[in-house]
Design a protein around this ligand. Structure first.
Ligand code: ADP
Ligand code: MG
Length: 879
């Protein structure tokens, strides 16, 4: 009976390894190939477009298989990682030629979306964060995150699921590590957000990593970081020397924005494309280094709330702004600084090559030049930073002495180490050169001795050095002079004892020299590893400097000014602009606007026709606040701002472009988040809230929300609305001010002025907008007629309403003559007021209301409800 394929020693080894990695694709190294088997092969062949074959297809149990050459593996890994899978790389741990029995194999790394470091998946200017979450009995969450390529490690304690989701989404984490304290429903929430959930229970963290958690006081934070470190250790199986000591952070130490708000404001991702283009980040990014690019994104994610810190950045931006030449010099020097953070990471992982080290040297050599530029700037502003810049020149010198200027990619094949760095290596190299010289001399002397002019000394891997003589010249070779070695079609190859002796000297020297070179290279790498901490500190300084110069460049290019931060609760922006819209449409076309909210104005109620610029105006304020608190200058002629603690935005369903998100429920959830969490120091943007539902309850909710914010929240709030009826609220709400966007009608056409003016808009202009959209004349005419009729009807009811309001002393609603007699009022407001303000006052009505209030709907069938309703109608005197 033939042996089953699955029983072969190799497949048994495969199965034994695979069982430890059930949820990963196992890339099993066989010679020059990585092979996938069984389900991995079937699924992998499909995703990676590889040919599915089988192992021993003649056997009784052919095993599905597909594979790829080892040098092409990175691309395939990238594809799988990007699609959200894990890949386990299983290598041959010994030379198959020397192995006795089965070649030893081991998984050397588990690559996952959150841990991938050496691929093209990672963009230079963004971080790839692996996150971790654990919970304690009191339902507090420990949260941690790390970027394996840069070594950043942070942790925080969060008190709600919402806060957790917020952090994870903000960090754009692709993978979260959880332990058993995190229940399934929360895990499901992550999966819905397309975040891979990996399970890991903490095990004793390796002693060399224990210092990473030393500074942490909170047990929960420590526990989470340890869980994260366990996962990293288990999956990476390689040195983690570049991981930085865990830093605990407090989200409330920064300007907080939930991820919806960030999304709505298009800080780093455009709503339409999901890309950087068209975002604030896109506008701000004049960074010249990858580290600076990443730091800019981090600053944008977490603007500051402490005046001193903000002003410290402002002063530096100002200094750079005022010194054009120094700034351009600085940029020129920064461009030549490579990604120090990721280079340091590669040093730690042990996968740097000679070229990386040359990049490191080049980068370090830039530092003195950068210092030179800084020295020309005001010492009071940049002195401290200058003092902190450490050029790490011992490392630069070491690389300069040791590594050739243009090393090969491989570190194991020699030609990496410079002559003169190591005496032993120099000796080997001499031996090689001498040997080769000897060969050249041999060729010359043998030609002379034999008179064969095309006699040649050559080399190949199988036979080593030889003397080659073409067939036609063979007769000229003296008998017994050479030993025959190999016959080719038109030549013979010979050797001599002396030749072989020299050959072994050369080959030995060659082999020893490559081995020695690799040893030397590894030693240099280890030496650099000891200085990783310094390299990382340097990287941070360089990144900071890069972002500051980027702010200065942007501030100059787009005419930003330094905002003044006030302790008062007032906003005074003159000539403010939405920087991204302005950049896209051009400075000439953009109409600047003021934002004036004194200490005693909390709410701006913004009305105006569609497409007039309400949303732009609101976002403009939020972006100005974000910019100011990042320490950047702002797009305005002058600006005085308080420091905000949080920004909330709710963009009405009609403007919400993400599919599936535009439900009214989401709109209300977001509004609720704002109302519940905002403080008097917060900024709220409510853009056309209430649009996602029927007119009456939409308007009712809008009004109630405004009142609630006015009476209880006291946050600075911009509320845009298409419900003109709401503009009367300024009569009752003292901290509310009406503003509107101007528009003029010219020959029946509508011209938007995009200019904010005080007071309510006087018209809705809906039909004009429809006309702009190109609707048929007939339809527009009809709409106009209907509108006129409604307006006439409403005039009477409005009047009646005002009278009724005046009579009812219970709720003295001040409705001014000005608003009530305006002819544009639609019937909606009347019915709304009728519904919500004129409850039945008779006893029958009271009774019905009480019954409705106390009905237990859950215990009633639809039929019961119908019957009950019928009874109530009767009671109220149904006509
Ligand atoms: P609304 O919210 O009132 O419907 P938007 O704020 O969406 O209007 O603005 C509509 C368009 O008007 C924008 O896409 C922009 O092209 C233009 N716009 C808005 N504000 C301005 C401005 N201040 N200056 C020039 N154009 C503007
Ligand atoms: Mg809008």
């Amino acid at each position: 009976m033939p042996q089953k394929t699955s029983d072969t020693p190799m497949m048994q080894q495969y199965m034994a390894i695979k069982k430890d990695y059930p949820d990963a694709f196992l890339f099993y190294r066989i010679g020059d190939f990585y092979e996938l088997f069984y389900d991995d092969a079937i699924k992998g062949a499909q995703i990676l477009e590889l040919t599915l074959t089988s192992r021993s297809h003649n056997a009784v149990d052919p095993i599905p298989m597909c594979g790829m050459p080892h040098h092409a593996v990175q691309n395939y890994v990238d594809i799988l990682i990007e699609k959200g899978y894990k890949v386990a790389i299983c290598e041959q741990m010994e030379d198959p030629r020397l192995a006795k029995g089965m070649v030893k194999r081991e998984v050397i790394q588990l690559i996952t979306p959150g841990t991938v470091t050496d691929s093209n998946v990672n963009e230079a200017k963004s971080n790839n964060y692996l996150t971790a979450l654990t919970a304690d009995e009191t339902n507090q969450f420990g949260f941690a995150y790390a970027d394996l390529s840069t070594g950043e490690l942070k942790t925080s304690q969060l008190n709600s699921i919402e806060a957790v989701i917020n952090e994870v989404v903000n960090l754009q984490s692709k993978e979260i590590v959880v332990d058993q304290s995190i229940d399934d429903s929360l895990q499901e929430q992550f999966k819905k957000l397309n975040i891979m959930v990996s399970h890991q229970n903490k095990i004793e963290v390796k002693s060399e990593l224990s210092y990473l958690t030393q500074g942490l006081d909170e047990a929960l934070e420590k526990n989470t970081v340890e869980t994260l470190l366990t996962y990293i250790t288990v999956t990476q199986k390689r040195s983690l020397a570049h991981l930085q000591k865990a830093v605990a952070y407090e989200p409330s130490y920064f300007l907080r924005m939930d991820h919806y708000s960030k999304y709505n404001l298009e800080l780093t991702r455009s709503i339409r494309s999901g890309k950087k283009q068209g975002t604030l980040l896109w506008l701000l990014d004049e960074t010249r280094t990858a580290m600076g690019g990443r730091l800019l994104k981090q600053w944008l994610d977490r603007p500051l709330i402490h005046k001193k810190e903000i002003e410290d950045r402002q002063i530096k931006v100002g200094e750079l702004l005022d010194h054009y030449f120094e700034r351009s010099n600085l940029q020129e020097e920064l461009v030549k600084v490579y990604d120090l953070e990721r280079l340091a990471g590669r040093v730690a992982f042990g996968n740097v090559n000679g070229r990386d080290l040359i990049q490191l040297k080049t980068s370090l050599r830039q530092i003195p030049k950068i210092q030179h530029v800084l020295a020309d700037l005001d010492d009071k502003v940049f002195g401290a930073m200058l003092a902190k810049l450490d050029p790490v020149d011992d490392i630069a010198d070491l690389i300069d002495r040791a590594i050739v200027d243009e090393p090969p990619i491989s570190v194991t094949e020699g030609n990496v180490i410079k002559d003169g760095y190591d005496a032993q290596l120099d000796q080997y190299r001499d031996a090689m050169t001498n040997g080769k010289k000897w060969m050249a001399e041999l060729e010359a002397s043998e030609r002379k001795a034999t008179g064969i002019r095309n006699l040649k000394v050559g080399y190949n891997k199988v036979f080593g050095y030889y003397i080659e003589i073409t067939k036609s010249n063979l007769s000229s070779v003296p008998e017994g002079r050479y030993e025959r070695k190999q016959t080719l079609t038109n030549a013979e190859r010979f050797i001599t004892p002396a030749l072989k002796e020299k050959e072994s000297l050369i080959l030995e020297a060659e082999e020893k020299s490559t081995t020695l070179e690799y040893e030397l290279f590894s030693k240099i790498r280890e030496q650099i590893k000891l200085e990783i901490d310094r390299l990382q500190k340097l990287a941070k300084q360089v990144a900071t400097l890069d972002v500051l110069q980027s702010f200065a460049v942007v501030s100059e290019n787009y005419h930003f000014i330094k905002p003044t931060l006030t302790k008062k609760h007032s906003i005074d922006i003159v000539g403010g602009r939405h920087p991204v819209v302005e950049k896209v449409m051009g400075r000439q076309s953009y109409v600047p606007n003021d934002v004036k909210m004194s200490n005693d104005i909390d709410i701006l109620l913004i009305t105006g026709p569609n497409m007039s610029g309400k949303s732009t105006y609101m976002r403009q304020l939020a972006l100005t606040v974000v910019l100011a608190q990042m320490g950047c200058f702002v797009p305005a002629e002058s600006a005085t701002l308080p420091i905000f603690d949080q920004i909330f935005t709710r963009i009405g369903a009609a403007d919400d472009l993400i599919a599936g998100q535009s439900t009214f429920m989401v709109e209300m959830q977001e509004a609720n988040r704002a109302i519940q969490n905002a403080t008097p120091q917060s900024l709220i943007l409510f853009d056309e809230i209430g649009r996602g539902t029927a007119t009456y309850d939409g308007m009712a909710l809008a009004q109630a929300i405004i009142e609630f914010v006015h009476n209880h929240v006291h946050a600075k709030t911009l509320f845009s609305t298409h419900y003109h009826e709401l503009t009367v609220l300024d009569q009752t709400l003292t901290k509310l001010k009406n503003v509107h966007v101007g528009a003029v009608e010219k020959d029946g056409d509508l011209v938007f002025l995009h200019k904010m003016e005080d007071g309510p808009a006087d018209k809705s202009y809906g039909i004009h907008v429809a006309k702009l959209a190109g609707m048929p004349e007939e339809l527009l005419g009809r709409a106009d007629k209907i509108l006129k009729r409604l307006e006439i009807q409403n005039k009477d009811t409005d009047q009646a309403l005002v009278e009724q309001e005046i009579k009812s002393e219970k709720q003295p609603q001040k409705v001014s003559k000005k608003h009530s007699t305006q002819s544009h009022k639609s019937s909606e407001v009347d019915e709304q007021l009728a519904l919500f303000q004129t409850a039945p006052s008779d006893t029958q009505g009271e009774e019905v209301l009480a019954q409705i209030r106390n009905s237990n709907l859950m215990s009633m069938t639809p039929m019961d409800v119908m019957n009950q309703l019928y009874k109530w109608q009767k009671k109220l005197g149904n006509k």
